[in-house]
Design a protein around this ligand. Sequence first.
Ligand SMILES: Nc1ncnc2c1ncn2[C@@H]1O[C@H](COP(=O)(O)OP(=O)(O)O)[C@@H](O)[C@H]1O
Ligand SMILES: [Mg+2]
Length: 272
Amino acid sequence: MSLIRADGVRKVYRCKKRQGPNRHHETLALEDVNLEIQEGEILALVGPSGCGKSTFLDIVAGLAELDAGTVQLGGKPIDGPGLDRGVVFQGYALFPWRTVLDNVAFGLETQGMDRNQREEIASRYVDLVGLSKFADRYPHELSGGMRQRVAIARALAADPMILLMDEPFGALDAQTRERLQFELLRIKQETGKTILFVTHSIDEAVMLADRIAIMTSRPGTIKAIIDVKLPRERKGAESFLRSSGMFLQAREQVWHSLKHEIEKAAELEYMI
Ligand SMILES: Nc1ncnc2c1ncn2[C@@H]1O[C@H](COP(=O)(O)OP(=O)(O)O)[C@@H](O)[C@H]1O
Ligand SMILES: [Mg+2]
C-alpha cells in the first residue's frame, strides 16, 4: 500500500525584490511531481542541487504549501505539520539547553504526556540510536554524528508514520557518514519505518534505498524510478556490498539517468 501519494505537485516561489525591472521574480521549483512511497520502504530522492528535493520534502512535512496537485498521507491530504511525520534535517536543530533525553522527549512533551511516561519512551529511543551512556549530556558535549543520532531518536520517539530525512548526513565526515548509514539501516530493520531520504549522493542512495526516485533539474519532476536489488539485510556486509556487482550496476544506472540533469542544472546556475 502506498503511504504517501503525490499527484501533479507544482510549487512556485514568489519573491518580491525591493527594486529593479524584475521585481516579482518567480521560481518554478516543482512541476507535475507524481510519486508514491510504499509502506515500509526506504525511498531515496536524488537530483541535482536546486532541483526541488527539499521543497518536496517540506511539502510532505507540511512546512511548505503547494500551488497545484495533492499530497496524501495514508489517504488523507496533508494539512500542515504533524507528529505523524518525523523530520530530520542536515543541521541538528537540537535544543542546546536540553539534555539528550529531554531533546528526544520533546515531541512527547508537546503532546502532554507525563514526565515518567515520556522519559521511559525517550530512553528507549536513546538506546535504539546507541546513546544510552549520553542521555544526560548536552548537545555541545556531543560529536556531529552523535547529535544527528539524537535528531533521529527525537524524530522516531513520537512513533511517526514516516521519517522524512533531508540530507541528514551531509555535514558529517565520510567515515561517520558511512557509520550512520548502517545505523539507519539497522534502525529501519528494528522499527520497520517508512523513510523518505533526500540526498545528492548516489552511493548513499544506492546503499540505503529500496527504490531511488531521480529528479530532473529545475523545475523538478520525477524522471525515473530505479529498483535497487541489493539484499535488504545490508548491515554487516557493507564493504562486500560496496564492491559487489549489484551495487556498481545500480550506481551506474542512477548515474546514467542523473548525469544529464546535473549538467543542465549547472548551466541554469550560470544563467542566473
Ligand atoms: N524560500 C524560497 N524562496 C525562493 N526560492 C526558493 C526558496 N526555497 C527554495 N527556492 C528555490 O527553489 C529551487 C529548489 O530549491 P530546493 O528545494 O532547496 O532544492 P534542492 O533541495 O534540490 O537543492 C531552487 O532554485 C531554490 O533556489
Ligand atoms: Mg536541499
